[in-house]
Design a binder for this molecule. Structure first.
Ligand code: NAD
Length: 316
């Protein structure tokens, strides 16, 4: 069974391996509601009790599909994370009115009466002042109403978390593509997050499908050098009957600090594979060799939003 851990200082328990529902929005290829239902039930059977979605994933489809799959399951048996503020590739609105409405829309699509953790989604696409002085205060009022239990933010550049947390407390943050074989920069921020008593969720150990034998989706932002390094790692693994994705999940799962590792899944076979990968520990030589393919591109990320990375944005 996958272990349960407390998320930061909240009263929420999360599973150490969690179910990323971006694929339930269709971003990683097609699936049926039946695939999703079976994937969710299989995950729960393994003790994967934490599910992460967003209004952005498939423009509401992910929340709807997840809500349908969770229908009839005891509400105490799972934790749902959803988000607000991002609605499409280039559609953002972190205004107080919009995020309040967004929560009601999410609850309706999810068929739930409360959200366990609400994250402001990809905050680097708005101004820090809006997030800190408008969005979060409005959301704190929603927490008082009971519709949301805990609050946080998500995004790519690690500097965004410092900018917010230096100014105001949060229950949790979600960082993605920074706790991977090719980019472990999140680990350096763990002492800071611990000092701020913030729960950390590390998402995308495959860096959004990059560290797979099938290769990333068309929209993936990785540079050609990074893709090249992945191809060489894949080739090395294939010659030895190893699976790069399994190695990546196993390695990220063992990183100290984050409460939970969030992997995207939309069918039961992927759930089985990911539990198996998390439970398998690879020998240090294999890890060392596979990681060495990323030596020249280690921590090579890509631009996202307008706050700049890695330095935190300056507030007036
Ligand atoms: P990921 O790194 O988890 O990769 C997902 C892709 O890899 C999918 O195509 C999936 O089918 C495939 N995959 C999963 N397990 C596999 C395996 N064992 N072998 C081969 N392929 C496998 O990327 P992700 O789904 O984007 O990230 C995980 C979750 O984290 C998302 O679903 C989402 O819930 C969350 N997330 C949030 C943010 C944010 O808030 N800004 C950003 C990224 C991810």
């Amino acid at each position: 069974m996958i272990e349960q851990v407390r998320l930061g200082e909240t009263d929420l328990n999360v599973s150490k391996l969690s179910f990323g529902a971006a694929p339930l929005g269709g971003a990683y290829g097609d699936f049926t509601q039946r695939d999703a239902d079976t994937a969710v039930r299989t995950a729960l059977d393994y003790g994967i009790t934490t599910f992460d979605t967003s209004p952005y994933y498939g423009k509401g489809r992910s929340e709807e599909v997840l809500g349908q799959a969770l229908k009839g399951i005891n509400r105490e048996a799972f934790t749902v994370i959803t988000k607000c503020g991002r609605y499409d590739v280039a559609s953002f609105d972190f205004s107080a009115d919009r995020v309040r409405r967004s929560i009601d829309e999410s609850l309706s699509r999810l068929k739930l009466d409360h959200i366990d953790l609400l994250l402001c989604h990809d905050i680097e696409f708005d101004d820090p002042e809006t997030i800190i002085f408008e969005t979060l205060p409005a959301l704190r009022e929603v927490v008082k109403s009971g519709k949301v239990r805990a609050l946080g933010v998500s995004g790519l550049p690690l500097g965004i978390f410092r900018t917010v947390l230096d100014e105001t407390p949060l229950d949790a943050i979600l960082s993605y593509s920074h706790a991977c074989l090719n980019d472990d920069s999140l680990t350096e921020m763990m002492p800071y997050f611990d000092a701020k008593k913030v729960g950390v969720i590390a998402a995308s150990p495959l860096s959004m499908g990059l560290l797979t034998h099938a290769g990333p989706p068309d929209w993936h932002p990785a540079t050609p050098e990074l893709r090249d390094a992945v191809s060489r790692a894949v080739h090395y693994c294939e010659e030895r009957d190893l699976d790069l994705s399994d190695i990546a999940i196993s390695w990220s799962y063992r990183l100290n600090g984050p409460a939970s590792l969030l992997v995207g899944m939309n069918n039961p076979a992927t759930v089985h594979a990911n539990v198996k990968a998390a439970q398998r520990e690879y020998d240090p030589e294999t890890i060392h060799k596979v990681r060495s393919f990323f030596d020249n591109v280690q921590r090579l990320s890509w631009p996202s939003g307008r706050w700049g990375d890695p330095e935190p944005a300056k507030l007036p």
